[in-house]
Design a protein around this ligand. Structure first.
Ligand SMILES: C[S@@+](CC[C@H](N)C(=O)[O-])C[C@H]1O[C@@H](n2cnc3c(N)ncnc32)[C@H](O)[C@@H]1O
Length: 250
C-alpha cells in the first residue's frame, strides 16, 4: 500500500485533488433515504460521498482520511523525518502509520539510521510494512512497559490520535478524549529523547490548564493546530509540542 511523501503540491497529498485543484467542498451529492437506512446513516453516507479527503484517500490507497491530518501537521511542524523513532497511539486502521512509515524510511534524507515505528491500538489492524504493531489497551497498567520494551531506545516522536467511540453525550466524550490525551502525555514524557515531539488529539478548549501548563514547562513550543482535513464541525484539534526539554518535577 502506498503512502504519500512530504510536499502537498508534488504528490497530490495535503490539499489538492488529482487535477491540482485545492481540496474543498465536494460536488454536493444528495443521498435518498432508504427503507433500512436510518437518518443518521444517510447523513453519514452523504458526508462521505461529498468529502474530498475521503475520495483522495481512496485514490492514494490510504486507509483513512485521517492520514491527511498528519500530513498537514507534518507540513507545518516538520516532526517526522528519516531515521526517527516514533510511537503511534490509536493507530487503526493505519492512515497515520502508513504516512509515518514512509517518512521515517532511511534514504529519504542523508540519515542512514533505520528509524523505528511502533503502532498501538486496542482494535485489530492489518500490518503496515515498516511498523511493529501492538494490539493493546493503552490504558491498561502494563501498556506503557510493553511499548517501551518494543522500542530500541528513547522515542523522537509520540503521536496520539486515540479516541474512544463517541457516546453522543458530549461531556462524557470530552472526558474520555482528554483522559486518553493525558495518558499519552504521561507516557511521552517518560520515553521522549531531548528535542522530541508530542502530538495529541484533544478537544477545542479542552486542554485542561494544568495539563497545558505542565506541557509548556517541558517543551520549547506548544501549539494547538486544526489540520485542514479535520472537519470544521468537529471539536477535534491537535496539540503539537516540540523541543522536549526533559521531565520536570511536578
Ligand atoms: C480516530 S481513530 C485513529 C485513526 C488513525 N490515526 C488513522 O490514521 O487511521 C482512533 C483510534 O483510537 C483507538 N483507541 C481508542 N481507545 C484506545 C485505547 N484505550 N488504547 C488503544 N487504542 C485506543 C481506537 O481503537 C481507534 O482505532
Amino acid at each position: 500500500m502506498g503512502a504519500p511523501g512530504r510536499g502537498g503540491g508534488r504528490g497530490g497529498t495535503g490539499g489538492r485533488t488529482r487535477s491540482g485543484a485545492p481540496l474543498g467542498r465536494g460536488a454536493g451529492v444528495k443521498v435518498k433515504t432508504a427503507k433500512r437506512r436510518t437518518a443518521s446513516s444517510t447523513r453519514w453516507l452523504e458526508r462521505q460521498l461529498n468529502d474530498p479527503y475521503v475520495a483522495e484517500a481512496r485514490r492514494l490507497g490510504l486507509r483513512s482520511r485521517s492520514a491527511f491530518k498528519l500530513i498537514h501537521i507534518d507540513e507545518r511542524f516538520h516532526i517526522l523525518g528519516a531515521g526517527k523513532r516514533v510511537v503511534d497511539l490509536g493507530a487503526a486502521p493505519g492512515g497515520w502509520t502508513a504516512v509515518t512509515a514512509e517518512r521515517i524510511r532511511p534514504g529519504k534524507s542523508k540519515s542512514k539510521a533505520p528509524g523505528q515505528l511502533i503502532a498501538v491500538d486496542i482494535g485489530e489492524m492489518d500490518p503496515v510494512p515498516g511498523a511493529v504493531m501492538l494490539r493493546l489497551d493503552f490504558l491498561a497498567d502494563d501498556a506503557p512497559a510493553r511499548i517501551k520494551e518494543a522500542l530500541d531506545g528513547p522515542a523522537d516522536v509520540v503521536l496520539s490520535d486515540m479516541a474512544a467511540p463517541a457516546t453522543g453525550h458530549s461531556a462524557t466524550d470530552h472526558l474520555r478524549v482528554m483522559a486518553l490525551a493525558e495518558a499519552a502525555y504521561a507516557f511521552a514524557r517518560e520515553v521522549l529523547a531531548p528535542g522530541g515531539a508530542f502530538v495529541s488529539k484533544v478537544l477545542r478548549g479542552g486542554t485542561e490548564k494544568q495539563l497545558l501548563d505542565a506541557i509548556k514547562r517541558e517543551f520549547r513550543a506548544v501549539k494547538h493546530f486544526k489540520p485542514k482535513a479535520s472537519r470544521a464541525d468537529s471539536a477535534e484539534i491537535y496539540l503539537v509540542a516540540t523541543g522536549f526539554r526533559g521531565m520536570m518535577r511536578d
